[in-house]
Design a protein around this ligand. Structure first.
Ligand SMILES: [Mn+2]
Length: 384
């Protein structure tokens, strides 16, 4: 083969080869360029992933996750709280709706009928109580007695008038239960009695007449009922002679004398019992009045309840009384539901001190008897 031909063939092949190579290069170049770009970018990325950056990124990510977790917990808590508050609100609304209010009319029902029962006893008007003999707890002279008796009637009227505001009061009972004087029944009484028994009983009589007149003048009532029983101190016999007690009592004489003073007063009605017990019927209530000498008491536990109940139960067997009222024991005491003991006007003295009697301020008592409810109120009548 000629050299020239060979050269042509070689040249042709080379040209061909060059064209192929050129094409191949062009094709590959693009890929190579892409790969290099990727490599460059990756190398850049790799430059950011330093340990420090990775830790920072990780911490940020953890922080974000914690915040998300906390936010979720808070949301759950708030939702629960919302449910609870909704329940509470529901309960409150239900409670409000559950209160039923009643409308009260200002108009009061018609007045009920009431009989006030005033107890007067144990004045011991002439007996002296020196303050030093009772450690300053009391002081009683003729002048103080006068003052206390006036106060007794004034306060009695005041309490009855107070009752009249809300109740219909046509009748008032003024029970005279004895021992208005100390008398001369014991020798030790003589040095402490400031006047003799006759003068003492006259003083009492004058006070009672004055007091009854005052009540009649002050109270618009139809009847003043006065049950009377004698005390053990007004006797002129050496001992209590049970069968003839009235016949030997200065108080029995006094009651009859006062009854005579008011014989022309239709509103006044005396009931002077020949027995130790005086019974008064008010509506369906049978009331028993007595002085109380028969109750033996020397400071036992339970006060007068046991000795009082014993006696009252026996008396109630033949004549059942709704309530029994007495004096003698010098202490206002309501056994409820059987008997009541009046306080004393003389107040605390050496006798009370020696038997260990309960200290009380000198007082008398007023009881309100309701037609509908029976005994519905007991008030002390303070006298100083
Ligand atoms: Mn007595």
């Amino acid at each position: 083969m000629k050299k020239s031909l060979q050269r042509e063939i070689i040249a042709s092949n080379m040209e061909k080869t060059n064209i192929d190579l050129q094409k191949l290069i062009e094709q590959k170049t693009g890929k190579l360029l892409s790969l290099s770009y990727i490599r460059v970018m990756k190398s850049r990325e790799n430059k950011d992933e330093t340990p420090k950056n990775l830790i920072t990124k990780k911490l940020a990510e953890n922080k974000r996750k914690d915040e998300e977790k906390n936010n979720k917990k808070m949301l759950e808590h708030l939702m629960k709280e919302n449910v609870r508050l909704e329940n509470d609100l529901g309960n409150i609304l239900q409670l409000k709706n559950g209160v039923q209010e009643y409308i009260l009319s200002k108009k009061v029902a018609s007045k009920g009928e009431v009989v006030p029962i005033i107890l007067a006893s144990d004045w011991h008007i002439e007996e002296l109580v020196k303050p030093e003999t009772v450690n300053g707890l009391n002081s009683y002279t003729l002048e103080i007695a006068d003052k206390r008796i006036k106060t007794f009637f004034q306060n009695s009227v005041r309490l009855v008038k107070r009752e009249m505001v809300d109740s219909k009061v046509d009748t008032v009972i003024l029970a005279l239960l004895g021992d208005f004087i100390s008398g001369a029944i014991h020798e030790p009484l003589l040095p402490i009695c400031q006047v003799q028994p006759m003068d003492a009983i006259i003083r009492v009589q004058n006070h009672l007449i004055s007091g009854i007149k005052f009540m009649l003048a002050e109270l618009k009532i139809k009847k003043l009922l006065i049950p009377c029983t004698v005390g053990n101190h007004s006797r002129i016999s050496p001992k209590v002679w049970i069968a003839t007690e009235n016949g030997f009592s200065l108080e029995y004489l006094m009651y009859n004398a006062i009854k005579g003073v008011f014989q022309d007063e239709p509103r006044v009605e005396f009931q002077i019992s020949a027995s130790q017990h005086c019974y008064v019927d008010v509506w369906n209530y049978k009331l028993r009045f007595l002085h109380g000498t028969q109750i033996r008491y020397s400071g036992g536990l339970g006060g007068f309840t046991i000795p009082g109940n014993k006696k009252v139960n026996m008396w109630n067997t033949p004549i059942p009384a709704y309530y029994t009222f007495m004096g003698h024991l010098h202490q206002l005491f309501d056994s409820n539901p059987k008997f009541l003991v009046n306080g004393s006007l003389i107040g605390y003295n050496t006798f009370a001190l020696s038997i260990g009697a309960e200290y009380q301020k000198p007082c008398q008592a007023i009881i309100f008897l309701s037609k509908k409810h029976g005994k519905c109120g007991v008030n002390p009548i303070y006298v100083e």
